[in-house]
Every structure is written in structure tokens, then in C-alpha cells.
Write a protein that binds this ligand. Structure first.
Ligand code: ZN
Length: 102
């Protein structure tokens, strides 16, 4: 399941997604490997009032995120996965060049 995180504050937020909590919840390592250094954990930057969609709900297991959600500084919207197409569409689905939200 994916979620949308919304920054409900008037300040920019930088949310670290530490390996110990985020990757553990994700079940895979999402860190950015670096040569000769520890992998860099992912971080989300949310401008005031901005939202980030398509996040794995593993972000909710990150203590900082959970704390901000409880404090009302972050809002969470769970994204319902799109229903599987029951009938083949007449037109072939166009591949839209959707960027990866990472
Ligand atoms: Zn990791």
C-alpha cells in the first residue's frame, strides 16, 4: 500500500528515512549506495503545505514520521490501489512517461 504524506505546517520539513526503521519496515534497503562510505539513507523534503504521494507505507514506521503524524504536523492519506481492470480496454494503454516518485 502506498500513502501520501502532507506537510500540515507552515515550515519546510526534511524527513529522514533511516535504514534502521524505514528499510527494515520496507523489507529491502532503499538507501543510496556510496563508494567508500556508508549508504545514504533516503530523505523526503516537503515544502510547507506540500504533499508527497506514492510513498510506501513503511514511512509510517519511521519514528520521526509517526511523531509528526501524532502531533498533527503531517497528514497521512492512504492511497487505495487502483482496481484491476476487469475487462480489457479497447485501446492499448498508453505508456505515460510517469516519473518515479523517488
Ligand atoms: Zn537501507
Amino acid at each position: 500500500m502506498t500513502v501520501t504524506l502532507i506537510n500540515a505546517t507552515r515550515r519546510m520539513k526534511v524527513i529522514n528515512l533511516p535504514h534502521e526503521s524505514y528499510c527494515a519496515a520496507l523489507g529491502t534497503c532503499a538507501c543510496v549506495p556510496r563508494k567508500g562510505a556508508r549508504p545514504l539513507c533516503l530523505a523526503l523534503t516537503l515544502a510547507a503545505g506540500a504533499s508527497a504521494s506514492g510513498l510506501d507505507d513503511a514511512v509510517l514506521r519511521v519514528p520521526d514520521v509517526a511523531r509528526d503524524v501524532r502531533a498533527g504536523e503531517l497528514r497521512v492519506r492512504r492511497e487505495v490501489p487502483p482496481p484491476k481492470p476487469s475487462s480489457p480496454s479497447p485501446k492499448a494503454p498508453r505508456r505515460s512517461g510517469r516519473k518515479k516518485a523517488r
